[in-house]
Ligand binder design. Structure first.
Ligand code: DC
Length: 232
């Protein structure tokens, strides 16, 4: 059984998809990581990401491979593990820009379809229900309010800062940072939802799960329940 999960940035797709995949014994495929890896490649080649032709001319040189270490997806670019490197703010911004190009999308969609044809997957992204796996047995649209998504991202950042021994934010700094993150999330939503090539849409046959007021465990249980019903 294949499970397709779409939704906006920061809705918790990867956390949820990973847990659902391990409960079901399927492989978790993070397609956002593929767009990010191509973005890193474009940046390293010194190509301006707003130059569509320039981007399309070079992407054939990017050999992207997925592997799994203790159930965790690792992604390599021309043999180099870039799993950590693709999480910077610059790569995040660039990935959203190049994901708007139809040529970039068809290149990655073909790879994603090949993976899902080989093994049962829980795959997350923006166009998985609509384009990549239109025949998936289970389709989920996972969303949450922009404010909630910003709060979760800020908490993650604060935890990281604390772990690195950094200073805690004052309440005023916190409020400013929250506003900045929320705006960043809204901008990315806008770009992902308004591009011409496969915009993020709620597929008509997808089950909507709004995680704004749900815990991670509750969301995973909801998805497993949907999968169980579909298997009957
Ligand atoms: O899920 P993420 O933040 O890692 O995704 C990075 C960017 O890639 C995001 O701006 C949207 C884009 N993306 C996409 O267009 N289609 C997908 N299937 C996955 C990600």
């Amino acid at each position: 059984m294949n499970i397709a999960i779409d939704g906006p940035a920061g809705a918790g797709k990867s956390t949820i998809a990973k847990l659902a995949a391990s409960a079901l014994g399927s492989v978790y495929v993070d397609t956002g990581a593929m767009y990010r890896t191509l973005a890193l490649f474009v940046l390293e080649k010194g190509i301006d990401p707003s130059d569509e032709k320039g981007v399309l001319d070079v992407i054939g040189g990017a050999d992207i491979t997925l592997s799994y270490v203790d159930g965790v997806q690792h992604i390599s670019l021309n043999g180099r593990d870039v799993t950590g490197e693709i999480r910077t703010a610059e790569v995040t911004r660039t990935s959203s820009m190049i994901a708007a190009y139809a040529g970039v999308r068809s290149y990655l969609v073909a790879m994603q379809q090949k993976i899902a044809a080989r093994m049962p997957v829980v795959m997350d992204g923006r166009d998985i229900c609509s384009v990549v796996l239109p025949d998936a047995e289970v389709k989920i649209y996972l969303t949450a309010s922009a404010r909630k998504r910003a709060e979760r991202r800020l908490l993650q950042n604060e935890e990281m800062q604390k772990a690195n021994g950094g200073p805690a934010l004052t309440p005023e700094e916190r409020e400013t940072e929250l506003g900045r993150i929320e705006q960043e999330i809204r901008d990315r939503d806008y770009r992902d939802m308004h591009r011409e090539a496969s915009p993020l849409v709620q597929a008509p046959d997808a089950v909507v799960v709004d995680s704004s007021d749900m815990t991670i465990d509750e969301v995973v249980s909801a998805i497993l329940e949907i999968a169980e019903k579909a298997a009957k």
